[in-house]
Design a binder for this molecule. Structure first.
Ligand code: ACO
Length: 201
């Protein structure tokens, strides 16, 4: 996704992690360099435009009436992270934002394979979107792997909020997540969810 402004000054490297304080931690695609930028007043408007427009595009792709990811929601949540993948070289350095992934911990009751309810606080995949022009080119895998590394979480320990068919295919292909444990809520978890969980109560 292109913007009227250049995205380079906002995102120093291609893989970025944002928190509710609007700190932007950016890492090179090979993980070799890392930089933390504190968003100053001049950067707030362009950053909010990036988050809001990517959130709207994600909602449209998922046929949702209301975006799951907005700049305001990010600022008001103390345990959510928004990850972005950026093409800084696009159009002679003007740059483009390619993908967005929002994660956060939620307190949930999750049914195990024996049918018992368990109270857990897993990291949840809340919103995931790669721009239509870049889908099926590996950008989704790149940003997802970056998130797993930053959050220090195993794919099987995640809970997925209402995954789309595309996301279910993605999880099966890249992480071997195929065997769903049926739930009474909208979250999807896979076999392995309860194995060696760090947050088991
Ligand atoms: N149909 C079926 N599977 C797909 C499709 C598709 N149109 N697009 C991607 N995939 C899956 C496949 O497993 C594909 O492998 P294949 O091409 O060999 O079949 C694999 O993803 C490709 O991996 P990447 O290139 O790394 O993934 P991509 O960059 O396309 O990102 C994503 C995946 C985020 C799901 C992207 O397709 C997308 O934005 N889709 C539209 C929005 C969406 O459905 N988001 C998830 C909503 S649910 C939630 O956020 C909790």
């Amino acid at each position: 996704m292109e913007f009227q402004f250049s995205v380079g000054p906002l995102f120093k490297h291609s893989l970025c992690k944002l928190n509710n304080y609007l700190d932007i931690e950016s890492v090179t695609s090979d993980g070799g360099e890392r930089e933390v930028t504190r968003t100053d007043r001049r950067m707030v408007n362009p950053l909010s435009e990036v988050i809001n427009r990517m959130g709207e595009a994600s909602a449209k792709a998922q046929r949702l009436n209301v975006p799951i990811t907005t700049f305001e929601k990010l600022q008001n949540s103390d345990n959510h992270h928004v990850y972005l993948i950026v093409d800084r070289d696009f159009k002679n350095g003007k740059g483009a934002v390619v993908g967005l992934l929002k994660v956060g911990h939620k307190n949930l009751f999750i049914i195990d394979e024996a049918g018992a309810q368990n109270e857990v606080s897993p990291l949840c995949i809340l919103d995931f979107y790669v721009h239509e022009s870049r889908q099926r080119l590996g950008f989704g895998k790149h940003i997802f792997d970056f998130m797993l590394q930053e959050e220090k979480v195993k794919p099987a320990h995640l809970a997925i909020d209402k995954p789309s068919e595309k996301l279910l295919h993605f999880l099966r292909k890249h992480y071997g997540l195929a065997h769903v444990i049926p739930q009474a809520n909208n979250f999807v978890v896979f076999q392995g969810f309860f194995t060696n969980r760090p947050d088991a109560v």
